[in-house]
Design a protein around this ligand. Structure first.
Ligand code: NAD
Ligand code: TDX
Length: 359
């Protein structure tokens, strides 16, 4: 049985990945989920897997060296999938320090613990051990509106404190591969959407606000472009890189679903109206005039876009879920999980929202 250490498994992508892995491999894998449970971590995301014999949750901070070393000494970890991070660009603009602590120093702690556990006396590594560092396309900076894509060879040019911290963590992983031949891969993925996404991010925030007839904040002119990927496709991509990717390589994940933010908002409004029955009182609340242009994000990257040629050629991965299907599945999930949304938006979320938007 292969034992995985998943960090940040109680967050958005991490919890989708854990569900994907159990659906695909059942009892053939064991997953240890290490998560600090920050505001973004939520064990409700994992209640279906809680009772499994091959699943363990450990609440710990990836920056806590002793706690991380103990996990490696008590479990024969074969593979690490490292999601844990501070992940929201707006929060990084307001408070960068925790981004450096978790994303940079936390990654270093994990690398050192895995290296110590996996290294043989001659400096090589035990057979079959692998570390996959989950990163973002934001490390490549911003593209012009009229063309070009991010490739694995694109030079790093991060702009926000978030992307600078992720770029730093990528560089640390690269340095461990180059210096020690540490068995790792890096994946740089585009914007994800889907179930369990925290409503500080554009898509769940717009769905949640629209259903309550609340204003829909659009930064700047609304024409910034993101390349949206359904989260399950990302989970599958990570698994495929782990299984079939060449060690020491970077793979970009995403591709060919570029949309302006304002287009995304119109698609969500149209889809909500289409999916809500006429008798549902929320239908009347979903209105185009909720769209409210607000001050632009500082240093707002104009466009992200991935050409996923390498991962397609080498690993056989491509984005399977059409946006129109993915957004319907996402909205359906939010319809069926009203309590989830209520729980995550109570308490501190209100304070964050008021300070952030003032609308
Ligand atoms: P998220 O914010 O939803 O979840 C992050 C998780 O990490 C939470 O469960 C949180 O409790 C945990 N965590 C935070 N600090 C921790 C610490 N110090 N120790 C242990 N656990 C900690 O994030 P997400 O959107 O699921 O992103 C997961 C990863 O994927 C991140 O590394 C992010 O950079 C990367 N990524 C995200 C996207 C996206 O669109 N969301 C796209 C590309 C890459
Ligand atoms: O209220 C909003 N209004 C708005 O116009 C919010 C929250 C966002 N936006 C814009 C900013 C971006 O151009 O929408 C776009 C998407 O914003 P986010 O959902 O915050 O995502 P982004 O900043 O692009 O970063 C995301 O994708 C890459 C994730 O949060 C990162 O973790 C990931 O690495």
């Amino acid at each position: 049985m292969t034992t995985y250490l998943v960090t940040g498994g109680a967050g958005f992508i991490g919890s989708n990945y854990i569900h994907y892995m159990f659906q695909k491999y059942g009892d053939a894998v064991r997953i240890v989920n290490l998560d600090k449970l920050t505001y973004a971590g939520n064990l409700e995301n994992l209640k279906e897997v809680e009772g499994r014999d091959n699943y363990t949750f450990i609440r710990a901070d990836i920056c806590d060296r002793e706690a991380v070393e103990e996990i490696f000494s008590q479990n024969d970890i074969d593979r690490v999938v490292h999601f844990a991070a501070e992940s929201h660009v707006d929060r990084s603009i307001r408070d960068p320090e925790v981004f450096v602590k978790t994303n940079v120093l936390g990654t270093l702690v994990l690398l050192n613990a895995a290296k110590a556990a996996w290294e043989l006396p001659d400096g090589s590594f035990k057979e079959g051990k692998r570390f996959l560092h989950v990163s973002t396309d934001e490390v490549y900076g911003s593209l012009d509106e009229d063309g070009g894509y991010f490739y694995e060879t694109t030079p790093y040019a991060p702009h926000s404190p978030y992307s600078a911290s992720k770029a730093s963590s990528d560089m640390l992983v690269k340095s461990y591969m180059d210096t020690y031949r540490f068995p790792a891969n890096i994946t740089n993925c585009s914007n994800n959407y889907g179930p369990y996404q925290f409503p500080e991010k554009l898509i769940p925030l717009i769905i949640n606000n629209a259903l309550q007839g609340k204003k829909l904040p659009v930064y700047g002119d609304g024409k910034n472009v993101r390349d949206w990927l359904y989260v399950e496709d990302h989970a599958r991509g990570i698994d495929m890189v782990m299984e079939k990717g060449r060690l020491f390589e970077t793979y970009n994940i995403g591709g060919h679903n570029e949309r302006q933010n304002i287009q995304i908002i119109h698609i969500i409004l149209d889809t909500l109206r289409e999916m809500l029955p006429g008798t549902d009182p929320r239908r009347a609340l979903v209105r185009d005039d909720l769209i409210t242009y607000v001050e632009d994000r500082k240093g707002h990257d104009r466009r992200y876009a991935i050409a996923p040629d390498k991962i397609k050629e080498e690993v056989g991965w491509y984005p399977e879920t059409k946006f129109e299907d993915g957004i319907r599945r996402t909205i359906q999930w939010f319809f069926e999980h009203e309590d989830w949304m209520k729980n995550v938006t109570s308490g501190n979320y209100q304070k964050y929202y008021e300070e952030m938007y003032k609308i």
